[in-house]
Write a protein of this length. Structure first.
Length: 355
């Protein structure tokens, strides 16, 4: 079963023929394969607080659990409303790259609503606990994140369908999560922390741009006006590339200005993966999963290559028909991990050497 869980966390799905256990089912339903982005946001906020001499492991763990529950609820809300609005259908990418909670019968509609309510109820308990300990502004971060994530797909705002979904994701995974985590640990959120939250917020937005590029043709047909649909493929690919370089330029600028420690420059180690992503953005999407495998073979972990048998039908290929988003998440995880690593080393340096 542990192998199943690892498989789901890496590919968003189970290998064909594997037995569906309860944990694997809910890892699929909540789309846990992208939880790493939330973990990185929480750790960035935590390490920024540690750099300022204000760190509590207990509070960091509690706020991280809260953010993961919020992310799980957000993913389930997306599936619930996208089915209700007629966006998620059998011929839509969401039902192809992974099992869909409703379309594939993993859970009933009422069961999905109950899971969403449970996650939000647990989150409310965590938010109230932290607000009592750290101050009422915790509730502002919590409510702002909840409303932004719900109205990402829910009426009347439907931010995703109005070209504002990318901005919403930037705000949630950047300023709200990172500055919010910092506030829980430090009791304040100075301007420097808000600025330091911008690069990683852009990185997560880049991954979303990749996903919306993958779905642009289907979204256009369903009148879902994501930013790539509004901009068109060429301009959207160029905009995604600009976001990648903006991430690095902002990190360097924040280091030069003294907002971030010099060890944050460790994130520059991820530039080769950024270059690979940029190269992919300049090329058309492959027409078949077999062609995609050939183009990405060197980046696929050895233990996953067994999943890519040329004789398999397209529907059995992990993550297909997603393409640009896979490279986007691949880069975002690397850039974010090196960013967190640099901040962690800087915090430890200050503890040991006092400067």
């Amino acid at each position: 079963m542990i192998g199943n869980w690892i498989d789901v966390l890496r590919t968003c799905n189970l290998e064909k023929g594997s037995r569906m256990d309860l944990v694997s089912k809910w890892l699929i339903i909540t789309r846990s394969c992208v939880f790493s982005m939330t973990l990185l946001s929480a750790f960035i906020g935590g390490m920024l607080a540690a750099l300022d001499g204000m760190f509590s492991l207990g509070r960091l763990l509690l706020v991280t659990v809260g953010l993961l529950l919020a992310h799980a609820a957000n993913n389930m809300v997306n599936d619930l409303f996208d089915v209700r609005e007629g966006i998620d259908t059998r011929d839509y990418p969401r039902a192809s790259y992974a099992l869909h909670p409703l379309l594939d019968g993993l859970v009933s509609r009422n069961g999905l609503i109950a899971a969403i309510l449970l996650c939000n109820l647990l989150d409310l308990g965590i938010a109230v606990t932290l607000a009592v300990r750290c101050g009422w502004p915790v509730m502002l971060f919590a409510v702002a994140g909840l409303l932004t994530s719900v109205f990402y797909v829910a009426p009347p705002l439907k931010l995703k369908q109005r070209g504002l979904g990318e901005l919403a994701i930037f705000l949630i995974w950047g300023p709200l999560m990172i500055a919010g985590t910092y506030y829980v640990l430090a009791g304040s959120a100075p301007v420097g922390v808000w600025l330091a939250s911008v690069p990683y917020g852009l990185a997560v937005t880049t991954a979303l741009m990749g996903k919306h590029l993958d779905k642009a043709e289907k979204d256009r047909a369903k009148k879902v006006r994501t930013l790539p649909v509004i901009l068109g493929p060429g301009r959207a690919q160029a905009a995604t590339g600009l976001l990648i370089w903006a991430f690095y330029l902002l990190v360097v600028a924040l280091v030069v200005s003294g907002t971030l420690p010099w060890l944050a420059l460790l994130t520059l180690i991820s530039i080769p993966k950024a270059t690979r992503f940029l190269t992919t953005l300049q090329q058309p999407m492959p027409g078949t999963p077999q062609e995609a495998f050939q183009l990405a073979e060197d980046a696929i972990p050895k233990d996953l290559k067994k999943r890519f048998d040329p004789s398999l039908p397209a529907e059995d290929y992990p993550l297909w028909p997603l393409w640009y988003v896979v490279w986007g998440v691949w880069w975002t995880r690397s850039a974010g991990a090196w960013f967190v690593g640099g901040l962690t080393l800087a915090a430890l340096w200050r503890v040991v050497f006092g400067s």
